[in-house]
Design a binder for this molecule. Structure first.
Ligand SMILES: NC(=O)c1ccc[n+]([C@@H]2O[C@H](COP(=O)([O-])OP(=O)(O)OC[C@H]3O[C@@H](n4cnc5c(N)ncnc54)[C@H](OP(=O)(O)O)[C@@H]3O)[C@@H](O)[C@H]2O)c1
Length: 289
């Protein structure tokens, strides 16, 4: 009978990160009298987006932070949205800004993201933040939360990517590309695959670390997984299904993230953690307190 992989428990780790954020938030308040604040910007009334924003606000408040909710009309223009984001950018009482995406079609999403100044870009969505990660300049930008959360999971489970072969499936600016840069900075040998990659299964079979960020349920097959590989599944498809065919993959992997309860909870926890860091930096409070 085959062994089953160890689960990488993102739910438990996210709790730990959130508890640390609460302690750091309390210390910042004590030292400065200021409550760290995250502003969430929601355009329109897409129910899934509204749920995500609510969840982020709740986590924020649970950590003792202030949640500033900015809910905007679905028919807003790009210029109007940029104006709203600039107001938050200029507000010293707001330390992090998150623009929930996707935004309605008439909006130039990139222009809206770029209105977020780097020091408040706690969701790591701007070109400058990506550049800071790609240039491996710690402290000068925040990573996109899902990949940054995956790196925290690797550290928690003592997986050192140094010298390992990492195969990332997906090249989106919020998951695939940034996780590839973060793994590269951690000295993995990284290959990024996408919809035009030839012989994908054979490429994935080389991987010591597999990252699935495809957006297709059960896409990565169990027999693509090299025995002993570490599998990180960013996928979150309808019905709480990941991008990896979990059961067969778990029989070959040494460690694997479940869906739900793996990468997902780490995304929000990372957002909260990065907002606390942003507040500490903006308020001139020592990081090492
Ligand atoms: N847990 C969280 O908080 C969280 C956050 C973000 C995303 N996610 C999930 O992560 C997954 C990926 O999200 P995303 O935003 O990165 O998605 P995305 O922007 O749609 O990107 C999907 C990527 O998968 C590639 N792809 C599609 N079909 C493929 C195929 N047949 N073979 C190889 N590659 C293929 C695409 O290649 P091309 O570039 O060639 O089109 C693209 O690069 C989704 O399930 C999403 O729900 C979860």
């Amino acid at each position: 009978m085959s062994e089953t992989a160890r689960l990488m428990d993102g739910k438990a780790l996210s709790q730990k990160v959130l508890e640390q954020s609460a302690v750091r938030t309390a210390r910042i308040k004590e030292a400065t009298g200021v409550t760290p604040a995250l502003a969430t910007v929601l355009v329109g009334d897409d129910p899934a987006s509204a749920t995500y924003v609510k969840m982020k606000g709740r986590r924020c408040e649970a950590a003792g932070m202030r949640s500033v909710r900015c809910e905007l009309d679905a028919n807003l223009t790009t210029e109007q949205l940029v104006q709203e984001i600039r107001k938050l950018a200029d507000d010293p009482a707001v330390h992090g800004i998150l623009l929930q995406h996707p935004v309605p079609d008439q909006i130039d999403e990139r222009a809206a993201f770029e209105a977020i100044p780097g020091h408040k870009d706690v969701d790591g969505v701007t070109i400058a933040s990506f550049g800071a990660i790609a240039f491996d300049l710690p402290g000068s930008g925040y990573g996109s939360c899902t990949p940054a959360g995956m790196m925290t999971l690797l550290r928690e489970y003592d997986v050192d990517p140094k010298g390992l072969e990492a195969i990332v499936i997906g090249r989106s600016p919020i998951v695939g590309k940034p996780i590839a840069m973060m793994l590269l900075a951690a000295h993995a040998t990284v290959t990024i695959c996408h919809s035009r990659t030839r012989d994908l299964a054979d490429v994935v079979r080389r991987a010591d670390i597999v990252v699935a960020a495809v957006g297709r349920p059960n896409f990565v097959q169990g027999d693509w997984i090299k025995p002993g590989a570490v599998v990180l599944d960013a996928g979150y498809n309808e019905g709480n299904v990941g991008d990896v065919d979990f059961g067969p993959a778990a029989e070959r992997a040494s460690m694997i993230t479940p869906v739900p309860g793996g990468v997902g909870p780490m995304t929000i926890a990372t957002l909260i953690d990065q907002t606390v860091t942003a507040a500490a930096r903006q308020l001139g409070v020592e990081e090492s307190m």
